[in-house]
Ligand binder design. Structure first.
Ligand SMILES: [Ca+2]
Length: 228
C-alpha cells in the first residue's frame, strides 16, 4: 500500500512539475503508477482482508496468517512485474535510434526520412520505449511511437482492431523492430504521418536535418514504395 500511494503521489508531482513535456523520470513513474492502478483492486481486496482479519479476534488464527501471506505474495508479484518491465525498457539515444530506424528501412519509406521519425518519436515518447499515455476515450498509447490500443495492438482492455496483430506490451520493450513494422503499417494505412498529431504540429514542413546531426545517417527523402 505504501508503495502504491508513494507512486500515486509521485505521479501527481511529476505531472504538475513537468507540464506538457514530462521528463523521463516522470514517464517512468506515470507508467509504474498506472500499472498499479490496473491491479489496485486485487491489492485493496487482499489488504482489506488482511486488515480485517488481523484487526479482529482472528489475529492469531491461521486465516490471518494465510491472508498476510497472500498479501505479501501479491506485493512480490507486482514488484517483480514492475522490475521486469522497467529492466526490459530503454530510452534510446538519438543517433542509436536513427541507425536502427534506417536499418529497418524507414529512411525514405513512403517519402518520409529518418528525421521525420526521430522528430515524431521525440515528441511522442522522448525516445522512451516504456512510455504509456492514456486517452479520455479509454484507449491507451504505447511505446516509442505511441501506437493506439484501439487500432494497432491489443492490451486486453480496450476494444481493438489490432491491425498490427500484436500485444501492446510488446511495444514497451527495447526491441523496436516490431514497433517499426507497426508504424509502417500506420503510415501505409493513412498514406501519411498525419496519424501522429505531434508530427503535424512539430515536424511537418520543418528542416529535419538537425535531428540527424552527427549520426552518420543521410537525410533521404526519396520515395520508397517497396512492400515489406
Ligand atoms: Ca517492441
Amino acid at each position: 500500500m505504501l508503495v502504491f500511494f508513494f507512486l500515486l503521489v509521485f505521479n501527481r508531482v511529476c505531472i504538475q512539475e513537468s507540464g506538457s513535456a514530462p521528463s523521463h523520470v516522470a514517464h517512468m513513474f506515470q507508467n509504474l503508477s498506472f500499472r498499479l492502478v490496473l491491479i489496485k483492486p486485487s491489492i485493496l481486496e487482499c489488504y482489506s482482508l488482511f486488515l480485517i482479519i488481523t484487526g479482529s479476534e482472528a489475529r492469531d488464527h491461521i486465516e490471518g496468517f494465510l491472508a498476510a501471506m497472500q498479501f505479501c505474495s501479491t506485493v512480490v508479484v507486482i514488484l517483480a512485474t514492475l522490475l521486469l518491465a522497467t529492466v526490459d525498457a530503454k530510452i534510446y539515444e538519438r543517433c542509436e535510434l536513427a541507425r536502427k530506424l534506417e536499418k529497418a528501412g524507414l529512411n525514405g519509406f513512403k517519402g518520409y526520412t529518418v528525421g521525420d521519425w526521430l522528430c515524431v518519436a521525440h515528441y511522442e515518447s522522448g525516445f522512451d520505449t516504456s512510455f504509456v499515455d492514456h486517452n479520455p476515450d479509454g484507449s491507451s498509447e504505447y511505446g516509442i511511437f505511441q501506437l493506439n490500443s484501439a487500432w494497432w495492438c491489443n492490451n486486453g482492455i480496450t476494444p481493438t482492431q489490432n491491425l498490427c496483430h500484436m500485444d501492446c506490451n510488446d511495444l514497451l520493450n527495447r526491441h523496436i523492430l516490431d514497433d517499426i513494422m507497426c508504424a509502417k503499417r500506420v503510415v501505409s494505412s493513412h498514406k501519411s504521418m498525419k496519424a501522429w498529431d505531434s508530427w503535424t504540429r512539430h515536424c511537418a514542413g520543418h528542416d529535419l536535418s538537425e535531428w540527424l546531426k552527427g549520426c552518420d545517417v543521410p537525410l533521404k527523402a526519396d520515395s520508397n514504395y517497396d512492400d515489406w
